[in-house]
Ligand binder design. Structure first.
Ligand code: MN
Length: 225
């Protein structure tokens, strides 16, 4: 399987002023695209060529794991943001109340965890094996699939996610990023989990025709210059 770059679910300037067009041009057009290219190059002629993205994430190591997980994580991150106003479903609010005390307490814990993650990494809200919501932070390309959890939402705290717009001020990025969370996406992930009980299936990771993809990565790269 050749992995393809998902289309951004919004215009490059849609998230301004929170996340600038320039940041997206680099973050999506360069970093995300590079992970795809690297992954396709690395799996050529290996057993991983036959696997879908999530299967590679949970079985590979080293460079193949790093690039596959970064593709998965960035698909999740970009699909988890919107400039439109959204709210969490009642099901999600109820679980946030149960497991974090309140939606407000969850926000506080999430942002504090993200601000406190040392170095590059990702913060995730997931469902664990017992059906509880858990907050986890991982360095580098870390991902909750490895611990058998079902991911619901994520925030990228690598510097490339915010350095152009916020320089070193990660907490300022996080506070503003919260305004972009696509609660429809998070709520839908929870709903899928509840219905299937076997975790989140990302249709883009199967290269299915349910998702839009870019025709050529080179075109995205050229539009950035
Ligand atoms: Mn990133």
């Amino acid at each position: 399987m050749t992995h393809v770059l998902m289309d951004l679910p919004f215009d490059e300037n849609a998230l301004e002023p929170v996340i600038s067009r320039e940041t997206l041009q680099y973050h999506y057009g360069k970093h995300h695209a590079t992970y795809i290219n690297n992954l396709n190059g690395l799996i050529e002629g290996t057993q991983y060529e036959e696997l879908d993205l999530a299967q590679i994430v949970v079985t590979a190591e080293g460079g193949i794991f790093n690039n596959a997980a970064q593709v998965y994580n960035h698909n999740f991150y970009f699909k988890g943001m919107t400039s439109e106003a959204t709210v969490p479903s009642k099901q999600l609010v109820d679980l946030l109340d149960r497991d974090f005390g309140s939606a407000e307490a969850f926000k506080e814990t999430f942002l504090k965890t993200a601000a406190g993650l040392f170095g590059s990494g990702w913060v995730w809200l997931s469902v664990d094996g017992s059906g509880s919501l858990v907050l986890e932070s991982f360095s580098n390309a870390g991902n909750p699939l490895l611990s058998g959890h079902t991911p619901l939402m994520t925030c990228d705290v690598w510097e490339h996610a915010y350095y152009i717009d916020y320089r070193n001020a990660r907490p300022a990025y996080l506070e503003k990023w919260w305004e972009l969370v696509n609660w429809d996406f998070v709520s839908q992930n929870l709903e899928f989990y509840s219905e299937s009980r076997h975790g989140f299936i990302d249709p883009c990771n199967e290269n299915s025709d349910l998702c839009d993809y870019v025709d050529s990565i080179e075109k995205v790269e050229h539009s950035n210059t």
